[in-house]
Write a protein that binds this ligand. Structure first.
Ligand code: AMP
Ligand code: GLY
Length: 409
């Protein structure tokens, strides 16, 4: 088969590794220099270019991995042109594309989440904030590179952030509407699920390390590491999620005729008052994909094709009873400014998911914030963790940094 993945990061590399086989020809749009695939130099938002490439190459299957093209409706265009895809259509991707849509969806279907108010008017938002008990959380409605959410501890800080979003358009259109919601307390868990609109099959739970620095300090990033399963996600919590969150979400998707055939990501907070949904994402997480997929024992491509055909009920989704620990190597300065162009050296046999890398005369060099990740799996979390740290220590990058506390409980 001729299979293409849209995207360029470590998540996309992890998916490619999992479906690689001598029977398939793999393409990545645009991909990165560390991938063992034919990279096609088109931007993920170049819908016309992607459709033209798909036609010219006669692709058999297309996996759309990142949020932006999903929310923009790339799957709608590709499917309408006759291509089989993994990834929700625009209607389903709204669950991530608009946080206000997602909140209202949760309310309509009685899915537990933090109480919130939505605003399009700065004065009204400011007046509401003045009466709020802090901390609160302020969120831009639309996509904001994962940076549109801020925990606010006082009125002045909140008013300044509202102005930044609604007047200065820090995230463009995405901040024209905002959410103000109660700040939840507890441990966070991510559960990703395969969904074909009729059936939803959760994967192992995961725990993402979002902050840049050890001890969960520093700025929010795309994710600096991840472990699976999540040690706080007990069987009892899994049952609660199934009944109160996963099943009602699937029923809501059906009732509202959202077309969701892809990976549905539940961002959860395990609070003293029960599990609450922080957010939905309409795709695999990064680095959740790098963490979970090595443990998947069933055939990923078969699952993805079953999702596209709405035959997931018949498809096995089985994980190894192991623990995985993923550590991300980033460029010093990420998630803010960083230098690029430093050469990477690493043992060739090391299993690496590459992200922000490009070719140079001396070999691969760093070209992005998150450069690569290493995942190890083992019977215990401690073993998986020790293996990942032994492996990542064999990589050298002049301005590389990674957190040393991934998987340390
Ligand atoms: P999101 O982009 O919605 O995933 O939010 C990013 C991060 O902000 C989450 O992973 C949480 O750590 C935090 N967050 C979002 N909403 C809340 C909330 N209501 N209470 C506490 N933390 C939150
Ligand atoms: N690691 C979080 C995300 O991909 O959204």
């Amino acid at each position: 088969m001729k299979i293409a993945i849209i995207g360029a990061g470590g998540r996309e590399h992890a998916i490619l590794k999992k479906i690689a086989s001598p029977e398939h020809q793999l393409f990545a749009i645009p991909g990165n220099a560390g991938m063992d695939a034919h990279c096609v130099n088109l931007h993920v938002s170049d819908t016309k270019g992607i459709v033209a490439f798909a036609r010219q190459t006669q692709l058999d299957f297309i996996i759309v991995a990142p949020d932006n093209p999903l929310v923009a409706g790339l799957v709608d265009v590709l499917e309408d042109a006759g291509f089989a895809c993994f990834g929700p259509r625009k209607s389903g991707a709204q669950l991530e594309g608009s946080k206000i849509f997602a909140k209202e969806f949760m309310q309509r279907h009685h899915i537990p989440t933090a109480p919130h108010r939505a605003f399009e008017d700065l004065q009204e938002a400011s007046a509401f904030l003045a009466k709020s008990h802090f901390p609160v959380v302020i969120k831009a409605d639309g996509l904001a590179f994962g940076k549109g959410v801020r925990v606010i501890s006082g009125l002045e800080e909140g008013l300044a952030y509202l102005k930044a979003l609604m007047v200065d358009h820090l995230f463009g259109e995405s901040g024209c509407r905002v959410l103000i919601e109660e700040c939840l307390e507890g441990k966070e868990a991510s559960v990703l699920a395969f969904c074909d609109g009729l059936t939803l099959k959760p994967m192992l739970s995961a725990m993402d390390y979002k902050r840049a620095l050890e001890g969960n300090q520093g700025l929010n990033t795309g994710g600096m590491g991840c472990i699976a399963p999540n040690p706080y996600f007990t069987p009892q919590i899994a049952k609660e999620c199934q009944e109160k969150i996963f099943e009602p979400t699937l029923r809501g998707i059906q009732a509202e005729k959202l077309d969701f055939r892809g990976c549905l990501y539940f961002g959860l907070m395990l609070t003293a008052q029960g599990v609450k949904v922080i957010e939905y994402n309409c795709r695999f997480g990064d680095p959740e994909a790098q963490t979970l997929l090595p443990l998947l024992q069933s055939d990923l491509l078969a699952i993805m094709q079953a999702c596209a055909r709405q035959e997931l009920a018949k498809q096995e989704v089985r994980f190894a009873p192991l623990h995985a620990c993923c550590v991300v190597l980033a460029s010093e300065g990420y998630p803010q400014d960083f230098e690029i162009g430093h050469v990477l050296s690493y043992p060739k046999e090391l299993d690496i998911c590459f992200a922000g890398v490009k070719h140079s005369a001396q070999g691969l060099c760093n070209a992005g914030g998150r450069v690569l990740s290493i995942t190890s799996s083992a019977p215990t979390l401690q073993q998986a963790r020790a293996l990942s740290y032994t492996r990542i220590a064999q990589i050298s990058l002049k301005n590389g940094y990674y957190r040393h506390d991934i998987g340390q409980l």
